[in-house]
Design a protein around this ligand. Structure first.
Ligand SMILES: N[C@@H](CCC(=O)N[C@@H](CS)C(=O)NCC(=O)O)C(=O)O
Length: 326
């Protein structure tokens, strides 16, 4: 774990001293957009045109934010349009590495050793965190975006000339609803588990913990009367929640101390989780081995022995009851 300062790598854990023990996530820095015709997005100067074969994703199979982009790539049938490299699950002193193992591919483009070298290839004087996912432009050899919430919007529509244009996870009519749910889910759940797990005071941990479970209770309630978060159709809001839910029982309950309840204890959330897992194409994006090895192995301030628990038993393939909503 570390960060780049003026293009130089520094090994440093998140500093929570300045914020009363609270983990505060820094904003992603690269925020350009790929558009159908290459016109820069509003307020941006750099434009990137959607083209097959031009873009590459650097992801970790462990990371819930990167996972969103893999799900969109799979569901929108963009596997042959956007290529992918998978980093090694262990994030050590040099941050994400391109060491290879069963599912980690190495850097398919340049054969580099560490992800931070991709960032400095785009900007030799970059200062900031080195995170996945990274959406890379092979033509201009630069980073388009390292913000997953924006990358999935690009994948949802910019590549429709080559992908499955019939699927729209951010339909015009539901945008208000989707944005509203996303905001709550992001703060209390997606980022909430990190705020609990990375807290360094009891107070900061308990605050995040209480908000997390209050929101999960609310989501359980919502999913008791409708099939998906924004109503009767799967949207972006569901995929954004899914990547946290699928990691919850195997990692966040233990490693991040989010242990008031498991997802398995919530009837609606657990059935909903299984339904999403069973959507064709999704299970192939879930790698529980990388997920467990990354969290338990990499965060030595939380788990100094790096021992990875063997359990729990998980069966995301088991039948679900969500068809009851028709
Ligand atoms: N806002 C970013 C967050 C990405 C992020 O924090 N990724 C984590 C992995 S789960 C990471 O690479 N962390 C490395 C670090 O913070 O140094 C997004 O949603 O794309």
């Amino acid at each position: 774990m570390g960060l780049l300062v003026d293009g130089k790598w520094h090994d440093a854990w998140y500093d929570t001293k300045a914020t009363g023990g609270k983990f505060e996530r820094s904003e992603a820095v690269w925020r350009d957009w790929i558009t159908k015709d290459g016109t820069p997005a509003e307020g941006r100067t750099r434009g990137f045109k959607a083209e097959p074969g031009r873009y590459h994703l650097y992801v970790s199979l462990a990371c819930p934010w990167a996972h969103r982009t893999l799900i969109f790539r799979a569901l929108k049938k963009l596997e042959d349009v956007i290529s992918v490299s998978v980093v090694h699950p262990f994030m050590g002193k040099n941050g994400w590495s391109f060491d290879t193992d069963a599912a980690a591919t190495g850097d398919d483009l340049y054969g580099l050793d560490f992800l931070h070298q991709i960032y400095t290839r785009a900007d030799p004087t970059y200062s900031g965190r080195v995170t996945v996912p990274v959406l890379w432009d092979k033509k201009q050899e630069t980073i388009v975006s390292n913000e997953s919430s924006e990358i999935i919007r690009m994948l949802n529509s910019a590549f429709d000339a080559w992908g499955d244009a019939s699927l729209d996870f951010y339909p015009e009519a539901l945008r208000g609803e989707i944005d509203g749910v996303n905001a709550k889910v992001y703060a209390a759940v997606n980022n909430g588990v990190y705020r609990a797990g990375f807290a360094t005071t009891q107070e900061a941990y308990e605050e995040a913990f209480d908000k997390l479970f209050a929101q999960l209770d609310e989501l359980e309630q919502r999913l008791s009367s409708q099939r998906y978060l924004a109503g009767g159709h799967i949207t972006e809001a569901d995929w954004r929640l899914f990547t946290t839910l699928v990691r919850f029982d195997p990692v966040y309950v233990g490693h991040f101390k989010c242990n008031l309840r498991r997802i398995a204890d919530y009837p609606n959330l657990s059935n909903y989780l299984r339904e999403l897992y069973q959507v064709p194409g999704v299970a192939g994006t879930v790698n529980i081995d990388h997920i467990k090895r990354h969290y338990y192995g990499s965060h030595d301030t939380i788990n100094p022995t790096r021992i990875v628990p063997k359990g729990p038993e998980l069966d995301y393939e088991a039948p679900h009851d969500r068809a009851r909503f028709g």
